[in-house]
Write a protein that binds this ligand. Structure first.
Ligand code: BES
Ligand code: MN
Length: 456
């Protein structure tokens, strides 16, 4: 093991340079014009995996291709097999003017690497690849077989990956999935995440006049769809921060006293959260702490709101339409399709007769919850402790990784979520950054993890 750890230590500069190459692909899955960039990024990964000694292949899907890379293994290998999952697609970088340097030109400042995708998720899965490289290049036998599955559609809901898992069920049969695509509360608090929220996405459009109208000529006599949309959305949350949609909370279980006690032990204060987010005052569902609100309670979130004239200066119109992009974050036992239905039924009920409402369903995923007490979870905690030199914490997190539920349903395995992101990492925001200390500690964690997991 020491030669593996020494190899990692000696090659950090090269690893960072390689990670910068991976980051330079603008692999934005939400934007159709980047399709060729996604493919090029996936091809780069395949080549890179081959360079470090993995058997790698690109699999086309109905969407973006999947990279599969395996450690070389004997025909009848009896070693335990683990899967490492990651995603090479990234969120849109907009608004571009807020970036201090171009989003796809990685910039190093101190111990941080700034770029879209640096933390979410290229730097994180690349840490696992570097750990395996260390085994392979030093001729150290791995205690297990590994298969990397790195996809290009996580940020848009992983719609094509479940089918891929089903088609490759036999070769992907494994003892656990390992995913580094979550966070840790501070550099001194490495974390095992045992729960993620689910998600239900949709778009609401209100159609008003047949075309934009002169607001002087017609305003006052026809409804304004932007105003109608604001009034509709405004009814969906009460002053206590509770979602005011009948049935929305039907399947939500109360938090146990034990869990709330664990939440209370986490580092981070309300004042710090307020400073980090830049809000004037925190706001959330009454009766819950910010950590509970952000990770263990469901939400109704407006992600985008569009209507009328968005250019410079003014334009006096009654817009023809208004649209809201919505995602609800879900907690265990809530069903994404059912939540969407409950929301849509209510919207239809309260929609005024002056506009026509159209709702387009988007992606959906259930929440994830796994026992942090399993032997595998304990093995992961040992690897975290040793790699970071600090006692790890158990976390629930508010983000979603849609495919982990399919790992359970299709492959029958639990997922160990061992995130390397930090709260100030600006994921999905301008100036995303990845800590190079976490990159290095993450590589060590991965190297140690295979030893610990293979003993389970
Ligand atoms: N890395 C995140 C998931 C995440 C973020 C987990 C923060 C825990 C804490 C992932 O890349 C992501 O952003 N997922 C999307 C999924 C969605 C588009 C279906 C998300 O959560 O918005
Ligand atoms: Mn993301």
């Amino acid at each position: 093991m020491q030669v593996v750890l020494d190899y990692l230590k000696q090659n950090q500069a090269r690893f960072v340079a390689e990670l910068c190459e991976l980051i330079r692909f603008p692999s934005v899955s939400a934007q159709p014009q980047h399709k060729p960039d996604l493919r090029a990024c996936a091809e780069w990964l395949v080549q890179h995996c081959r360079c470090i000694g993995l058997e790698a292949k690109l699999y086309p899907t109905a969407g973006n291709p999947v990279v599969v890379a395996k450690t070389p293994r004997g025909k009848n290998s009896r070693k335990p097999h683990f899967m490492v999952y990651g995603h090479y697609d990234v969120q849109p970088p907009e608004p571009l003017e807020l970036w201090k340097s171009p989003p796809f030109a990685p910039r190093r400042e101190g111990r941080n690497l700034f770029a879209r995708g640096s933390a979410d998720n290229k730097g994180q899965h690349f840490a696992h690849l570097k750990a395996v490289e260390a085994y392979l290049k030093t001729g150290t036998p791995l205690p297990c077989d590994l298969t990397f599955v790195i996809e290009g559609e996580e940020e848009v809901g992983s719609a094509n990956l479940a089918k891929f898992l089903k088609a490759h069920r036999a070769e992907l049969k494994c003892a656990a999935a390992v995913v580094s695509d979550t966070g840790m509360p501070s550099p001194k608090h490495p974390a095992l995440t045992y729960s993620l929220r689910g998600i239900s996405a949709f778009e609401i459009t209100l159609h008003g006049p047949a075309r934009d109208l002169h607001s002087g000529g017609f305003g006052g006599a026809v409804d304004n769809p932007a105003m109608a949309l604001c009034q509709l959305l405004g009814q969906l949350r009460d002053p206590n921060g509770r979602i005011a949609i009948p049935g929305f909370y039907d399947d939500v279980k109360p938090l146990s006293a034990y869990e709330r006690k664990q939440f209370a032990r986490l580092p981070g204060t309300d004042a710090e959260l307020q400073k980090l987010t830049g809000v004037k005052k925190l706001f959330g569902e009454r009766g819950f702490t910010p950590n509970e609100q952000r990770t263990a309670r469901p939400t109704f979130e407006i992600n985008g709101l569009t209507s009328g004239y968005q250019g410079e200066g003014s334009k006096t119109i009654v817009p023809a339409w208004a649209r809201a992009k919505i995602t609800c974050r879900l907690v265990p036992d809530q069903n994404p399709a059912r939540v969407r239905k409950v929301v849509c039924d209510y919207l239809k009920k309260i929609c005024p007769p002056t506009v026509r409402m159209e709702i387009e369903a988007g992606h959906g995923a259930e929440a994830y919850l796994v026992s942090p007490a399993s032997a595998q979870a304990q093995a992961a905690l040992r690897a975290l402790r040793e790699a970071f030199g600090h006692e790890p914490v158990l976390l629930r997190e508010g983000g979603s990784i849609p495919i982990v539920n399919d790992f359970k349903k299709v492959l029958g395995v639990d997922t160990l979520l061992l995130g390397l992101g930090l709260p100030d990492g600006n994921a999905h925001s301008p100036n995303e950054k990845f800590s190079l200390d976490n990159f290095e500690n993450g590589q060590r964690m991965s190297a140690l993890l295979w030893r610990e997991l293979s003993r389970c």
